[in-house]
Design a protein around this ligand. Structure first.
Ligand code: SF4
Ligand code: WCC
Ligand code: FE2
Length: 624
């Protein structure tokens, strides 16, 4: 097996070769064995009832046993992906809200309210008067209000009111303002049950409502409450790629999505007693590194090194240098269990919602979270002497992260006149052509890391400022795109702006739930003035060239519903139905002023994004 065929990342290549040599199976090995099913891939395989399952051809004649047509089946499947993605982000948010509540009540040792400024801002946006309340009382009210919005049955979720007025009117007119987070997700599952909603536009409108309940609901709540608990990110330097693992340290990897337990592990590794134990087994210290969004969370706020993105989770263990890997929810591959058994790594599942067969379960309970964290560190130390077959790739790269939408304000506007004015002015005068969000996963069905890097290089060379989150951010960081020196690859306009303030041309805005920061950044641009009155007028575009998860579909749909056109690579789950594809790739525009597009080639995707940005500039009368 040729490792170069799968990735341009040298560290990944080395570990693919190592696992192949050692007879260990990873995602890169399995993907070769599994052929995709064209019906499933295009969205026209229905298994919603057992008169089927039915695979339906898109010939205008064929239908499932119940009479469901290709567009109905594909729409239902697409909407279920949105519901699952929204559920994942929102259930993560719920967990954070419960921890905030416990912290406010003094019932969660190790957690406290770190960012009072954010707490005040969030309280006000939730309609809570913060005046005269101490931080714990205020945090308690915020947590209770947010928790109530999950189960709210009528009215509107609060953060919707953060959006530009014109955007809210678009949603109002379509009747798609989310009433409560759980309600929209449940209704989406109900509507897509056999024999309920069978009109694709009607289905997709509720799909948008469900997605909005994620972007302006669950995801935004997760971001905001995590900032309250752990601090709003500011620019910070760190390192990325498997080379961050240390040969002479106990290595602990935190992987998954909720930064709750990982924050406590970071506290635990400072414990003198545990450090002494580590030294006693011959280690120089304890090194914590992240994978996936857990990595992004603690990178953004603490500068903790990132071992890799989603496709490197098994490979990290295969270095033979990882004593413990701690996982919680989302993007955890079951294959990890098998890989861990081939080395000395102890793998821990920690969420009450997720277990892996044959894997140690040590549940994170926020009432005794610090004890759980210490127990994990202790057990990691005990594994250190059992290392074998160690080979840590040399590759590591510098990066700067920490670009919250608040930070973008300071960095461009300065501490005293923090605003989006300079960004807007630079877009208007054409130094910055527009803004592209490059987000989402990595997928072994396309060459890992390559698509992100090729696309982003093309964008910055054409003066497009790039905002990244999730695994896309990690992949771009590995390519050296997240350091100020990367401005040398940018077009002359963007380069000038970056050099003036010392920022990279690609800004790391956080984890996947932090895509909500991008909604806020887009809103700030609109509110600053001069670039239209709605998000759909701003020269902006979103994309996920290497996407794979249902969460990515939910994110894409809330961007589109918020007025940002979004391109996806790999394959697209509506292509089995021409009618549905016409709607999502075009017709949706008439409803929300934005649409999806599908483009597997990264250079072509960059061209489409640039053309879209140029069209928006033209409409604003600022084409230069
Ligand atoms: Fe087939 Fe209709 Fe049942 Fe789907 S809902 S499996 S199309 S009969
Ligand atoms: Ni978000 Fe995609 Fe990574 Fe998982 S961590 S793999 S959803 S981008
Ligand atoms: Fe994520």
């Amino acid at each position: 097996m040729k490792a170069e065929a799968f990735t341009s990342c040298k560290a990944t290549q080395a570990m693919i070769e190592k696992t192949t040599r050692e007879g260990v199976t990873t995602v890169f090995h399995r993907v070769q064995e599994k052929k995709t099913c064209p019906f499933g891939s295009g969205g026209t395989c229905c298994r919603l009832c057992y008169m089927g399952p039915c695979r339906v051809k898109d010939d205008g004649q064929d239908a499932g046993v119940c009479g469901a047509t290709a567009e109905t089946i594909a729409a239902r499947n697409f909407c279920r992906m949105i519901a699952a993605g929204a559920a994942a982000h929102s259930d993560h948010a719920r967990e954070v809200a419960l921890v905030l509540l416990a912290a406010a009540r003094g019932e969660a040792p190790g957690f406290e309210i770190k960012d009072e400024e954010k707490l005040w801002a969030v309280a006000q946006d939730l309609g809570i008067d913060p005046v005269g309340k101490n931080k714990n009382r205020l945090a308690e009210e915020v947590a209770l209000k947010v928790l109530a919005e999950f189960g709210q049955q009528e009215g509107e979720i609060s953060f919707i009111r953060r959006a530009p007025q014109k955007r809210q009117e678009v949603w109002q007119k379509l009747g798609i303002i989310p009433r409560g987070i759980d309600r929209e997700i449940v209704e989406m599952l109900h509507r897509t049950h056999m024999g309920v909603d069978q009109e694709y536009v009607h289905l997709l409108l509720h799909g948008m409502r469900t997605a909005l309940a994620d972007g302006w609901g669950g995801s935004m709540i997760a971001t905001e409450l995590q900032d309250i608990l752990f601090g709003t990110p500011v620019p910070i330097r760190a390192k990325v790629n498997l080379g961050v693992l240390k040969p002479d340290h106990v290595n602990i990897i935190v992987h998954g999505h909720e930064p709750l337990l990982p924050e406590l592990i970071l506290l635990a590794v400072k414990d003198e007693e545990l450090l002494a134990q580590a030294r006693a087994v011959g280690a120089k210290g304890i090194n914590v590194a992240g994978i996936c969004c857990t990595a992004n969370e603690i990178l953004m706020r603490k500068g903790v090194p990132v071992a890799g993105s989603v496709l490197q989770q098994e490979l990290a263990i295969a270095t033979g240098a990882v004593e413990a890997m701690v996982v919680d929810v989302q993007c955890i591959m079951q294959g990890l269990g098998q890989v861990a058994r081939c080395y000395h790594t102890e793998l821990f599942t920690t969420s009450s919602r997720a277990r892996l067969p044959g894997v140690t379960h040590l549940e994170f309970d926020h009432h005794r979270g610090l004890e759980v964290a210490k127990e994990i560190v202790r057990r990691a130390i005990a594994r250190f002497p059992q290392r074998r077959k160690v080979e840590i790739p040399a590759e590591e790269m510098d990066l700067i992260a920490g670009f919250s939408h608040e930070t973008i304000k300071y960095i461009l506007g300065g501490r005293f006149r923090a605003s989006y004015r300079p960004l807007n002015d630079n877009i208007i005068n054409g130094r910055i052509r527009g803004v592209a969000a490059v987000v989402g996963c990595s997928n072994p069905r396309v060459r890992f890391g390559d698509l992100h890097a090729t696309l982003v290089r093309e964008l910055i060379a054409n003066d497009v400022l790039v905002l990244v989150t999730g695994c896309a951010a990690i992949n771009c960081a590995k390519e050296g795109l997240l350091i100020p020196e990367a401005a040398e690859m940018a077009g002359s306009g963007l380069r000038e702006v970056c050099e003036a303030v010392g920022m990279p041309p690609v800004l790391h805005c956080g984890s996947c739930v932090d895509n909500s920061r991008l909604l806020m950044a887009a809103t700030e641009i609109v509110k600053e003035g001069g670039l239209g009155e709605d998000i759909s007028e701003v020269p902006l575009c979103g994309c996920a060239p290497e996407w794979m998860s249902e969460k990515a579909i939910a994110i894409g749909q809330y961007f589109v519903a918020s007025g940002v056109t979004v391109g996806f690579g790999v394959a697209f789950p509506t292509t089995g139905s021409a009618k549905l594809s016409e709607f999502v790739f075009g017709g949706m525009n008439e409803y929300v002023g934005a649409h999806w597009f599908h483009e597997p080639d990264p250079v072509a995707m960059a061209r489409t994004i640039i053309a879209h940005i140029d069209a928006k500039r033209k409409a604003l009368g600022i084409d230069v």
